[in-house]
Ligand binder design. Structure first.
Ligand code: NAI
Ligand code: MG
Length: 501
């Protein structure tokens, strides 16, 4: 499709985006029933990157039927848990072998730096699949001694089974397209569920390429179905579908609430990983040489398009100027450019919509009295670039401090009383992540206890691991991703009771 096929581009990726991409239903690559396709864009140029089959409710229906059949009748449920684990491990191996290709796809479709996709997104997805492959053989119930007071003298053998929840709909966002697919698919497959995955309309390509590897790895037909399309059509149909047993969603809190409503029809189980406005607290006794670059990366990593971005920065007053100026210096050093350029550290935002949203927040901040000590504007007039931005003169009444911006914009605020800061940090409808920087370990752990967030980082930020549960307090979500905790979201417990005497 012309533009994207620059001389630098990986040849297999050029081939992959050259043809319209189909959807994966019941092991077959098919067009949408309507025959419609939609464009996905290169955010560095704003030009069309590829055409993709546009799924809607009819395609979702076919995909759910395929997933249902694969769950109820297919060979999938008859595989041993060891065989299931080996398939997931094989998928991890295949993904790892294609690291370069996936890094290019992520960079082109999402805008992120190729170097970062190669070093972080793809290896984290590989590792997640390996971690979950190991769990397939370790999902155990219990034997439970019971007394049953109304049947004196009787004896029972009682135990629990942890069974897969069934057909799972998974709706994922565009900020880490491949990694979000892995976070969702890994536990669903380890527990023996079947899946209909709907990638974000902005970034469907890596999920579709992953679908090819899923087929190549040997997963039976219908175990994973992938239907690209828009949220309001394909996504809404999946969330409301009466034959879907569970929906797992990552995205905006606003759509999360729509998902909950849509799920009410058949009371499907729901897990949600939603927005955040994470406080990042720097005490004056922190090691500023690590806290300053740490706080910069907390907000600027992935262009601030992270649900856990450290977007509310609270700095103890006596070191406020030093920290904020230090972060501004870090911001100035960031190479902003096309993701494919090896020098690039920060690419464009994902879409024109996101560019407008972030610029709208900047204007709102300025109109309420905020001041940018660095950045504050769109960068250039081609593609969706925004300057890394540090806002001061901000307070908790401002929209930019209360709402998720999802761009490279941090709001910095000083505090004087170390006790008063924690209620302020907790004063948000969100509770996804938080961080604290201090050399005082007692203070660090006391602070971690008080912060109302699903993740608290101490003297670090954005540390993720397949073994570490991740998810939100308050309106940041329901349930946890990763770790063994996520397995609870994909299994249900059956109690079996046998009279033995
Ligand atoms: P979104 O919540 O609309 O999109 C996320 C996913 O939900 C996409 O796959 C989309 O197609 C789907 N979706 C949209 N409407 C739907 C519906 N009615 N029913 C079912 N699925 C639906 O997020 P959007 O519009 O891309 O970004 C808006 C804001 O959301 C961002 O500025 C950011 O604040 C937040 N966000 C948070 C993310 C997170 O990781 N928690 C990821 C992406 C966005
Ligand atoms: Mg939306």
């Amino acid at each position: 499709m012309g533009i994207a096929v620059s001389p630098q581009i990986h040849p297999q990726v050029a081939d992959f985006i050259d043809k319209p991409r189909k959807m994966l239903i019941n092991g077959q690559w098919v067009n949408s029933i309507s025959g419609k396709t939609f464009p996905t864009y290169n955010p560095a140029t704003g030009e069309v990157l590829a055409q993709v089959a546009e799924g809607d409710s009819a395609d979702i229906d076919l995909a759910v039927k395929a997933a249902r059949k694969a769950f109820d009748q297919g060979p999938w449920r008859k595989l041993t848990v060891s065989e299931r684990g080996r398939l997931i491990w094989k998928l991890a191996d295949l993904l790892e072998q294609h690291t370069e290709e996936f890094a290019y796809i992520e960079s082109l479709d999402n805008g992120k730096a190729l170097t970062i996709a190669r070093a972080a997104d793809v290896p984290l997805a590989v590792d997640l699949f390996r971690y979950m492959a190991g769990w397939a053989t370790k999902i155990e119930g219990n034997t439970i001694p019971i007394s049953v007071p109304y049947t004196p003298g009787a004896k029972y053998l009682a135990y629990t089974l942890r069974e897969p929840i069934g057909v799972v709909g998974q709706i994922i966002p565009w900020n880490f397209p491949l990694l979000m697919a892995a976070w969702k698919l890994g536990p669903a497959l380890a527990t023996g569920c079947t899946v209909v995955l709907k990638p974000a309309e902005q970034t469907p390509l890596s999920s579709l390429r992953l679908g090819e590897l899923i087929t190549e790895a040997g997963f039976p037909d219908g175990v994973v179905n992938i239907v690209p399309g828009y949220g309001e059509t394909a996504g809404a149909a999946l969330a409301a579908h009466p034959d879907v047993d569970k929906i797992a969603f990552t995205g905006s809190t606003e759509v999360g609430k729509l998902i909950v409503h849509a799920a009410a029809g058949n009371l499907k189980k729901v897990t949600l990983e939603l927005g955040g406005k994470s406080p990042n607290v720097v005490y004056k006794d922190a090691d500023l040489d690590t806290a300053i670059p740490g706080a910069a990366s907390a907000i600027f990593f992935n262009h601030g398009q992270c649900c856990c971005a450290g977007s509310r920065l609270y700095v103890e007053k006596s070191v406020f100027d030093k920290v904020v100026e230090g972060i501004a210096e870090e911001a100035k050093k960031i190479n902003v450019g096309s993701g494919l350029d090896p020098q690039t550290e920060m690419g464009p935002l994902v879409s024109e919509e996101q560019l407008r949203r972030v610029c709208g927040y900047l204007e709102s901040g300025f109109s309420e009295g905020a001041k940018a000590i660095v950045g504050g504007h769109r960068k250039g007039d081609k593609g969706y670039f925004v300057e890394p931005t540090v806002l001061v003169n901000t307070n908790e009444d401002m929209k930019v401090v209360r709402e998720e911006i999802f761009g490279p914009v941090v709001t910095a605020m000083p505090f004087t009383d170390p006790e008063e800061i924690l209620p302020r940090a907790n004063n948000s409808e969100y509770g996804l992540a938080a961080a604290v920087w201090t050399k005082d370990i007692s203070k660090a752990h006391r602070t971690a206890e008080i912060l109302r967030a699903g993740t608290v980082w101490i003297n670090c930020y954005n540390i993720f691991d397949a073994a570490l549960p991740f998810g939100g307090y308050k309106q940041s979500g329901w349930g946890r991703e990763m770790g063994h905790e996520v397995l609870n979201n994909y299994t249900q417990t059956k109690a079996v009771c046998t009279k033995v005497a």
